[in-house]
Design a protein around this ligand. Structure first.
Ligand code: GAP
Length: 437
C-alpha cells in the first residue's frame, strides 16, 4: 500500500515536470527545499483555481470585500498576532547523530521516536520561529528587522477599519485576499503540500460574538460545497475538528477540511473561529480602536472572526491527485473544465497540408479570444491526444479534409474519448456549456 502511494506521488511529480505544471525551484542549481516554480500549464491551472475561489467569495457571496495587502508589514504586527511569541513556534527535535531537525507533530504523524533519516536518537522538543526574517532599509540591525508575512490574514486585520469605512460595511461582513506567504518550515515536503513560499486564499468574516457559532457552521458547509462543485470526489474529503489541546493560540474552535492524499488524510483548508483575539490584540498594540458598539446593549465588543484559510498550492496538489487516472494506455487528468489549463486544443489532422493548418489556426485564433486554448501540429494525432489528456484538456478539436467542405470539425471528449462532428460556429457554445454547467 505504502509503495503504491509513493508511486502515485512520483507519477504526479513526474507528470507535473513533463507537462510544464510545476518545476523544482532553482533546479539548475540543485533545487531549493520547499520552493517550486509553476510552468505554463501550472500557471493557468493555479490562476483558474484562484479565480474560482475569488468568484465564490466576492461574487457569489454578498458583503465580502477584496484586499491586496503588502507582504512586508511592521514587526509590531507580528508581535500583536502572537507569531513572534510562543504561538507560531513549532516544537522541534534534532537528531543527535545527523543533526537534522524535525517538527515534533510531524514525527508524531508518522509515529516515530527515532530520526527518520538515520535512525539516530532525537533531542527533547525545542521551540523554533517559523517566520522568515528580513531587514528593511540599508542598515541591518534590530530596528530594521521585519518578516515576510507568515499568513495573508494579518494584512486584513490591519486594514479592518479602512475597509469598513470605505466599503460602508456593517457586521457581518468579510474581507478576503489571495497572496504569498512564507514560512521556515522545518520539514518541507510532499511536493507542493508543505512549502516555504506558498500562496494562500484567506477570508475573514467579521461577526457579532452571538453569531460566531452560526457562521462557523455556515462557512464549513460553504467551503465543503465549493470542493464538491469543482468535482472533487466526496470520498476523498472529510472534516476533522481540532482537539482542545491542538487549537492555535487564537482559536476558539477549528476544523480542517482534510483530503485523502496518497500519503494519508491531511489538512487542505482550515475553518477557524478566532474569537476576538485578533482585533483586540491589534487595538492594544496599535492604539487604534477596532471595537464596535452593540446597538441593543450599548456595550463595546470586538467582532469575532470566522476564518476560511486555504493554500492554493496545496489545493493544486489535491486537485491533481483527485483528477489523476490511468486507463489502458493513457493517463488522464480529469480536472473540472473550469480548472483545466486549456479548455480545448486545436489540431490540423496533417501538419503538411497548408489548407488544414490554415483552417485550424483560424479556429485557434478565434477561440483564444475567449478561452485558453492550445495548438498542436506535431507528431501523430494519437500522440497529440495523449499529451492533452495528461494536461487535462476537456476537448480536442481536429480539422480534417471534411472540415474544408462542411465547416465542421471533430470534437473529442477527454473523459469518454467519444468523437462528434460539430459546426465550427457552434464550438464556443459547446465549450461554454461545460464551463457554466
Ligand atoms: N491564517 C491561518 C493560517 O494560516 P494555517 O492552518 O497555518 O492557518 C492555512 O494555514 C492553510 O494554508 C493550510 O490549510 C494550507 O492549505 C496552507 N498552508 C499552510 N502552510 C503551508 C505550507 N507550508 N505549504 C503550503 N501550504 C500551506
Amino acid at each position: 500500500m505504502q509503495k503504491q502511494e509513493n508511486n502515485l506521488m512520483e507519477k504526479i511529480v513526474s507528470l507535473c515536470k513533463r507537462r510544464g505544471f510545476v518545476f523544482p525551484g532553482s533546479e539548475i542549481y540543485g533545487g531549493l527545499a520547499g520552493i517550486y516554480d509553476y510552468g505554463p500549464t501550472g500557471v493557468e491551472l493555479k490562476r483558474n483555481l484562484k479565480e474560482e475561489w475569488a468568484r465564490e467569495m466576492f461574487r457569489r457571496h454578498e458583503s465580502i470585500f477584496q484586499i491586496d495587502s503588502s507582504i512586508l508589514m511592521q514587526k509590531r504586527v507580528w508581535d500583536a498576532s502572537g507569531h513572534t511569541a510562543a504561538g507560531f513556534t513549532d516544537p522541534l527535535q534534532e537528531c543527535k547523530k545527523c543533526h537534522h531537525r524535525f517538527r515534533s507533530d510531524h514525527l508524531a504523524e508518522v509515529g516515530t521516536t527515532k530520526c527518520p533519516d538515520c535512525g539516530g536518537q532525537l533531542t527533547e522538543p525545542k521551540k523554533f520561529n517559523l517566520l522568515v526574517e528580513t531587514h528593511l532599509g540599508p542598515v541591518k540591525d534590530d530596528s530594521s528587522l521585519t518578516y515576510l508575512r507568515g499568513e495573508t490574514t494579518q494584512g486584513i486585520y490591519v486594514n479592518y477599519k479602512n475597509i469598513k469605512i470605505t466599503a460602508r460595511a456593517e457586521l457581518p461582513f468579510g474581507i478576503g485576499q489571495i497572496g504569498k506567504a512564507f514560512r521556515n518550515e522545518i520539514t518541507p515536503g510532499h511536493f507542493t503540500y508543505r512549502m516555504r513560499e506558498f500562496e494562500q486564499m484567506e477570508q475573514q468574516y467579521f461577526v457579532h460574538p452571538d453569531q460566531a457559532e452560526q457562521y462557523f457552521d455556515y462557512w464549513k458547509k460553504e467551503r465543503m460545497r465549493w470542493y464538491l462543485d469543482l468535482g472533487m470526489r466526496k470520498e476523498n474529503l472529510r472534516f476533522r475538528p481540532h482537539a482542545k489541546d491542538e487549537l492555535a493560540h487564537y482559536a476558539k474552535a477549528a476544523e480542517d477540511i482534510e483530503y485523502h492524499f496518497p500519503f494519508g488524510w491531511h489538512e487542505m483548508e482550515g475553518i477557524h473561529n478566532r474569537g476576538d483575539w485578533d482585533l483586540s490584540r491589534h487595538s492594544e498594540f496599535s492604539g487604534e480602536n477596532l471595537s464596535e458598539i452593540d446597538e441593543k446593549t450599548g456595550k463595546k465588543f470586538y467582532p469575532y472572526i470566522i476564518e476560511t484559510s486555504a493554500g492554493a498550492d496545496r489545493l493544486i496538489l489535491a486537485f491533481l491527485v483527485d483528477a489523476y487516472s490511468e486507463e489502458k494506455d493513457r493517463v488522464i487528468l480529469k480536472l473540472h473544465p473550469k480548472l483545466a489549463s486549456y479548455k480545448a486544443a486545436v489540431f490540423p489532422l496533417l501538419a503538411n497540408k497548408p489548407q488544414l493548418v490554415e483552417m485550424a489556426r483560424k479556429i485557434y485564433n478565434d477561440l483564444k479570444k475567449d478561452f485558453t486554448v492550445d495548438f498542436d501540429d506535431r507528431g501523430n494525432i494519437g500522440k497529440r491526444y495523449y499529451s492533452q489528456d495528461e494536461i487535462g484538456t476537456p476537448f480536442c478539436i481536429t480539422v480534417d479534409f471534411e472540415s474544408l467542405e462542411k465547416d465542421d470539425v471533430t470534437v473529442r471528449d477527454r473523459d469518454t474519448m467519444k468523437q462528434e462532428r460539430i459546426k465550427i460556429s457552434d464550438l464556443k457554445h459547446r465549450i461554454d456549456m461545460v464551463l457554466f454547467k
